[in-house]
Design a protein around this ligand. Structure first.
Ligand code: AGP
Length: 593
């Protein structure tokens, strides 16, 4: 969603901020803006549209060593110039960029700012004017502390003050914010990948923190004004590996990286055939009477395989919860549950809210994430890195495969059973390489034949149904074709009414016990006009199947069948001419409720 970058130092702030904003483009946005110190003044450039446009309208002719920038994903107010950030206070003294949502902004407006003019429909403009309101009676630092005592909601804020033009004020509550140090300056950003490459140390703000950055100095404090020590961490080189290389889209690059991701997981999580997992994590799971997975979107669909592994291998009852549902419901808990949160970004607000809720009840929390510097990583008792390296395309691909692989490793470690997991994961990485090398032409043909459809359905049972759910999400989010997945037995209970002549119905057949029945269900749909397709595993295939995947262990089949579905979604979207890496209306990390 929205992205923030600020810089203060010896280099050109404008280039560092614009470059950082470019690296945040993947999060999804509709407008962009930048505020730059120019001698004793602040210059603002902003508009709806892409960073490329922002670069065109920004003045590059003056020297500037301090500034703040923003990409906006609209929540309050339409996409236009006025609603874009930065926002400026009425007396033009304060300039601010904001990520997040202020829930009580209307009340603040009514209670304190009735004499103020508002030029946007945003909640953010209220904050900048509230700072101005208090600054008339006190110093900026005190005004900021006063303001945060009034705000309800989530916010990461960077503020410039025309009367303190050597300073950036940063505030963080519930929305990610990180500060990075390089030899020549300090960068503040909502994601590590927005840092310039020479940042070597960073820290991630806890909630309810204010930092005042003046020249090369950082003062961190809580909302009461008490100073807090900063513990900087090192940054690994992999963090910055976000180039598209020769690929036209990040999505295809990330699909094709999956064998490498699996090999990295094998290297990091195996010692010969033994799984290398912190004993404390194993003991915590063994000490629980139920595992609750919590996640959203792709990570949720990956969690269904976690349930499968833990129940099958370890005999521990396991349930998967949609994070946004758990925010507002209180399902009955067992005596000793443990929670496993799964999130590529580690910044999904619904997950964070649920984490805080259960942390307050003293339950143990494990996080599987691709971002070990994230809010979720910081909130959890135990952390497992899914080792996928940065995922830029809004449509998740490699994080699905990586999360499932880690879940299989974790379940094996907890079960302490002898299995052939390492060899089987190795085999999966080889088969994904084969899919990429050999199956592209058939996948492309299938994509051509469904690209103009009004609706597409995936069907399967058990594991294949869960794969279908993720495959349908992938296809709908980047092709904009209405796609759904059904347990194939459910078709006759209603959905079959939607089948028209030529409606594509794609059956996934990778499981012995359900292979024949899913095929029969597909035949029923075909009898009513559907155009049926079958994606099968070689050992269960018929020669006329549309896509036949080389064999892997059946319990790992989602790691290969999903790759086929990811490629299918990619090519359908490509043939429809869509913006694949940044699909409309979507953001990479969902940091609002
Ligand atoms: C996946 O393609 C989606 N764009 C989305 O569903 C995503 O998986 C979801 O928002 C969860 O994100 P997370 O894994 O970063 O928590």
């Amino acid at each position: 969603m929205c992205g923030i970058v600020g810089y203060i130092g010896a280099k050109d702030a404008r280039s560092i901020i614009l470059e950082g904003l470019k690296n945040l483009e993947y999060r999804g946005y509709d407008s962009a803006g930048i505020a730059l110190k120019n001698a004793n003044d602040i210059k603002i450039y902003k508009d709806k549209g892409r960073i490329k446009h922002l670069c065109e309208i920004t003045d590059f002719t003056f020297d500037t060593n301090l500034g703040i920038g923003h990409t906006r994903w609209a929540t309050h107010g339409i996409v236009n110039y006025d609603n874009s950030h930065p926002h400026i206070s009425n007396n033009k003294r304060f300039v601010l960029v904001h990520n997040g949502v202020i829930e009580n902004y209307k009340k603040i407006k009514y209670d304190y700012l009735s004499d103020y003019n508002f030029y946007s429909q945003t909640d953010s403009e209220v904050i900048v004017n509230l700072i101005e309101f208090y600054s008339k009676k006190m110093c900026t630092e005190s005004a900021i502390r006063k303001v945060v005592s009034k705000l309800e909601g989530s916010y990461a804020l960077l503020i410039m003050d025309k009367e303190n033009l050597d300073t950036i004020y940063c505030i963080k509550n519930k929305t990610p914010l990180l500060l990075g140090l390089s030899n020549d300056g300090i960068t503040i950003a909502s994601d590590i990948i927005a840092f310039p490459k020479d940042v070597n140390k960073y820290f991630s703000f806890d909630d309810q923190r204010i930092a005042i950055i003046k020249n090369n100095d950082v003062k961190l404090m809580d909302y009461m004004g008490f100073e807090i020590d900063i513990n900087y961490k090192d940054i690994s080189l992999d963090t910055y590996n976000v180039s598209k290389g020769d690929y036209e889209h990040y999505m295809l690059k990330e699909i094709e990286e999956q064998p490498t991701v699996l090999r990295r997981i094998i290297t990091n999580y195996f010692n010969y055939d033994d799984c290398v997992i912190d004993k404390k994590i194993i003991d915590a799971i063994l000490d629980s009477d139920k595992i609750n997975f919590v996640a959203c979107g792709t990570s949720l669909y990956a969690s269904f395989m976690g349930k499968y592994f833990f129940e099958k291998l370890c005999g521990i009852p396991t349930e998967c919860f949609v994070a946004s549902e758990l925010v507002y419901s209180n399902p009955l808990m067992t005596k000793k549950p443990i929670f496993i949160f799964v999130s590529q970004s580690g910044e999904t607000l619904d997950c964070i809210t649920v984490m805080k809720k259960y942390k307050a009840q003293n339950y143990k929390l494990i996080t599987l994430t691709n971002n070990t510097a994230s809010t979720m990583a910081n909130l959890s008792d135990y952390l497992l890195d899914i080792c996928a390296n940065p995922e830029i395309s809004v449509a998740s691909t490699k994080s699905y495969v990586a999360s499932i692989a880690i879940m299989s490793v974790l379940a094996k470690a907890v079960s302490n059973k002898k299995t052939n997991l390492k060899n089987n994961l190795n085999r999966v990485s080889i088969v994904i390489d084969q899919i990429i090398a050999d199956l592209k032409p058939v996948i492309k043909n299938m994509a051509k034949s469904i690209k103009d459809s009004k609706a597409v359905f995936y069907i399967g049972r058990g594991i294949d149904y869960w794969v279908g759910l993720e495959a349908a999400l992938k296809l709908k989010e980047i092709s904009y074709i209405h796609t759904d997945a059904y347990s194939s037995g459910e078709l006759k209970h209603g959905t079959i009414a939607l089948i028209e002549k030529g409606t594509p119905v794609i059956a996934i057949c990778t499981q012995e016990g359900t292979n024949s029945i899913v095929r029969s269900n597909l035949a029923e749909a075909e009898a009513r006009g559907a155009k049926g397709y079958i994606i099968s595993l070689e050992s269960l295939s018929y020669s006329e199947d549309d896509i036949i995947i080389p064999n892997v262990a059946h319990y790992l089949s989602p790691l290969v069948s999903q790759v086929v579905c990811q490629m299918l979604a990619y090519y359908v979207a490509l043939y429809r001419g869509n913006d694949i890496d940044k699909p409309k209306n979507l953001a990479k990390s969902v940091t609002v409720e």
